[in-house]
Write a protein that binds this ligand. Sequence first.
Ligand code: CTP
Length: 214
Amino acid sequence: RVIVTSGPTHEPIDPVRYIANRSSGAQGTAIAKALVAQGAEVVFITGPAEVDSPQGVECVNVQTAQDMLEATKSALPADAAVFAAAVADWRVASASDRKLKKSRDGLPLLEFAENPDILHHVSTLAEERPSLVIGFAAETDDVLANATAKRARKGCDWIVANDVSPATGIMGGSENAVMLIDAEGAESWQRMPKDAVAERLAARIATFLNAKES
Ligand code: CTP
């Protein structure tokens, strides 16, 4: 049983506006599909993504980071968890329950609050921590150093790191060039379609879990 989070989150400003990011959900969706092909039971927890959710998974649709955390907690226990979602780090501290109006409200001043860190929460669970917790690191500079530090800070087992600088065309594109970082070090995978990255990662997850079982 594997939990996969995917897509962006939407953090409301008022009933008609939100803060989001450019994640399409393509990589997380491809990973869920590849895990199903490996025979996993997949709980797919997704924010409002551009791509359709995969077939054959238990799909939980969420909007905000807080919803995603609750859905993740409800999906435990699991053997592995893959956190591919681009979770918004901040939410508007007090979202308005009515539409902000230019005429009435003038220029809005938004105050932010920090969202819960779902990956860190699951990585540091005393009970019900999945045997394999995998995070993503979307970086624009010093990818290896930042991602290695992120693995330690988050407490996860593996980090899939990628360079999301606009010049790479990875965010929102169909290809990805990742580094897989574990306790032993880093391994660079050549640039390939997101489906191929997903298949290779799913195969590694299956190998890890099968080795653990036998
Ligand atoms: N993540 C999460 N919950 C959050 C933020 C991030 O679960 N509130 C997960 C993502 O799904 C990803 C990993 O943490 O697997 C790294 O996300 P990233 O946005 O790169 O890291 P940040 O925590 O935002 O760190 P920084 O701001 O230093 O880049």
